[in-house]
Design a protein around this ligand. Structure first.
Ligand code: ADP
Length: 191
C-alpha cells in the first residue's frame, strides 16, 4: 500500500517534463511538512541499466528494450516496500502497468513554433524535429495514456507553453498530491 502517489509526467520530447518534474520536487521538499517525492528519469534508467538494443542513426536515439526497461522500472518503484512518491518522467506510458501509477499528467505544447524552437535548440535533425512535432499535433502520447488510465479518471492534460505554465502545473500537481495523501490517510483510519 503506497503512502504517497506515483505520478507519470509524460508528453512529446520538449514539452517540459524534466523541468516540471524538478519544479514539483522542489515544491515538495520546501512544503511544510516536506513531502518525500523522488524523481525517476526513465532516460537515465535506459542508459544506466543498459535497457537498449542499439542506436537508431536516423532518429538519433537509443533503441529501447521495453521489457528490460519495465523490469527495471518495477524494481525501482517496488523499492522501499513500494511506499510510492515517484515522479516518473518519460515520453511514453507504453509498458507501464496501470496499477503502478495513480496519476498521469500529459504536458501539451500545441504551439508548434514554440515546440519547434525547443527541439531545434537541442540540435535534433530535421526529421526528428518533424516526427516529434507530428506526434504532438496528433496527440499520440495523450491517446496512449488515455487507453491505459482514462477509465479510472487518472489522466490530466496540462498546457506547457510559457514559463508560468511550469509553475502553475507544478502547483496544481502538488495540490493533487496533498489531497491524495489526505484521502488515503482517512481511508486508513476508517479501514
Ligand atoms: P522534456 O523533458 O519534456 O523533453 P524539458 O523539460 O527538457 O522537456 O524542456 C525542454 C526545454 O524547453 C528546456 O530548455 C526548458 O526550459 C524549455 N521549456 C519546457 N517547457 C517550457 C515552458 N512551459 N515554458 C518555457 N520553457 C519551457
Amino acid at each position: 500500500m503506497r503512502s504517497l502517489p506515483n505520478i507519470i509526467i509524460t508528453g512529446t520530447p520538449g514539452v517540459g517534463k524534466t523541468t516540471t518534474a524538478a519544479q514539483i520536487l522542489s515544491l515538495a521538499s520546501s512544503s511544510s511538512p516536506s513531502i518525500n517525492l523522488k524523481h525517476l528519469s526513465i532516460n537515465d534508467l535506459v542508459k544506466t541499466r543498459e535497457c537498449h538494443s542499439g542506436y537508431d542513426e536516423e532518429l538519433q536515439t537509443l533503441i529501447v528494450d521495453e521489457d528490460k526497461l519495465m523490469d527495471e522500472v518495477e524494481k525501482e518503484i517496488e523499492d522501499g516496500d513500494g511506499e510510492g512518491g515517484w515522479v516518473i518522467d518519460w515520453h511514453s506510458t507504453a509498458g507501464f502497468a496501470v496499477r503502478w501509477v495513480d496519476l498521469v499528467v500529459v504536458l501539451r505544447c500545441e504551439e508548434t513554433n514554440v515546440l519547434f524552437d525547443r527541439l531545434s535548440a537541442r540540435g535534433y535533425k530535421d526529421n526528428k524535429v518533424q516526427e516529434n512535432m507530428d506526434a504532438e499535433i496528433f496527440g499520440v502520447v495523450s491517446e496512449e495514456a488515455k487507453e491505459g488510465w482514462e477509465e479510472e479518471g487518472q489522466v490530466v492534460e496540462l498546457k506547457s507553453v510559457e514559463a508560468e505554465d511550469i509553475e502553475e502545473n507544478a502547483e496544481r500537481i502538488m495540490q493533487w498530491v496533498k489531497s491524495w495523501v489526505k484521502d488515503h490517510a482517512t481511508d486508513g483510519k476508517q479501514g
